[in-house]
Design a binder for this molecule. Structure first.
Ligand SMILES: *Cc1c(COP(=O)(O)O)cnc(C)c1O
Length: 298
């Protein structure tokens, strides 16, 4: 997209160590963390066609949703200031205390207007009437759902599949990805990739229905394996074991992960590899979905 210049294709690197050798699997990391300095990782891919649509329909402003530590709000605020859209962030939860999160601080610095609503009201974020009210209140913005997840998002994410096939010369047996709304997993599945989706949230079983709903109008869908037991207590929760893993990963591969999504995904993936989950000779592409601005600051 020349709207927001990005590094494409993002690099792909093989990760090999004693564990991958013993398991006989070929593991790669897709460096979407390097895609753009502020519109990072999967958020860039999910926003691409949303932003192109908003531009072509000549919208002046974009409205979207997220929590106080949302990488999506961060990306929309950054993209808006680069592309000249006004941005409005509908934030879940009344502002606690008088100190906004670093993420919300960044959003405000980029010119995003923040509008705080209670968790209860926030639950209506997909209801037609509520969206109409917001459209009236905020003067007809282009509305992007929470996490950027929409049909436009799937289309953007799906572009990673041919990109990887070109880099590897073959379709990998699996893509591994962290899941919040499941939009990224759905995008990969929509282009026929087999996906291991690692829930970053507690009780992530609901993601299966959400992902299937997103894929309703798609054919040629890959196989989804949803993994829900590496959430470390829930969204944005972690423990010392996860931080140690993240530091070991940095030391071994010189690649920084973050504790909300990507460290949980790699922790789970390494555990599955060690437990013999994958047949010898299989190829796995684990996606570094970015989010590094949230490193240890949620
Ligand atoms: C938002 C985010 C995810 C989750 O993506 P979904 O499409 O909502 O499942 C994963 N990793 C990072 C770094 C993110 O910022």
């Amino acid at each position: 997209m020349d709207l927001l210049s990005a590094t494409l294709p993002t690099p792909i690197q093989q990760l090999s160590n004693k564990m991958t050798e013993e398991a006989g699997v070929k593991l790669y990391i897709k460096r979407d963390d390097l895609i753009h300095p502020t519109v990072s990782g999967n958020k860039w891919r999910k926003l691409k066609y949303n932003l192109l649509e908003a531009k072509s329909q000549e919208y002046a402003r974009i409205l979207t949703f997220g929590g106080a530590f949302s990488n999506h709000l961060y990306a929309v605020a950054a993209a808006g200031s680069v592309l000249g859209f006004e941005t409005i962030g509908i934030v879940r939860g009344e502002e606690v205390g008088d100190k906004p999160s670093l993420t919300l601080q960044f959003c405000q610095d980029q010119g995003m207007k923040l509008h705080f609503i209670s968790r209860e009201v926030y639950r209506q974020k997909d209801s037609h009437e509520f969206l109409q009210e917001l459209a009236l209140q905020f003067e007809n913005p282009f509305i992007i759902p929470e996490g950027g997840t929409s049909e436009f998002a799937l289309r953007g994410v799906a572009e990673m599949v041919p990109e990887v096939m070109k880099q590897l010369g073959e379709m990998p047996d699996y893509f591994a990805v962290a899941a919040g709304t499941g939009g990224t997993a759905a995008g990969l599945l929509s282009d026929g990739a087999n996906v291991l989706a690692f829930s970053a949230l507690k009780r992530g079983e609901f993601l299966k229905d959400d992902i299937n709903a997103l894929l309703k109008h798609h054919t040629r869908i890959g196989t989804l394996e949803l993994i829900t037991n590496y959430h470390f207590g829930g969204y944005a929760k972690w423990n010392q074991q996860l931080i140690d893993f993240m530091n070991d990963f940095k030391r071994d591969f010189d690649i920084q992960l973050e504790q909300v999504y990507t460290a949980k995904m790699f922790f789970g993936l390494f555990d599955l590899i060690q437990k013999g989950h994958f047949k010898k000779g299989k190829t796995i592409v684990a996606v570094h979905t970015g989010g590094l601005q949230g490193l240890l600051t949620p």
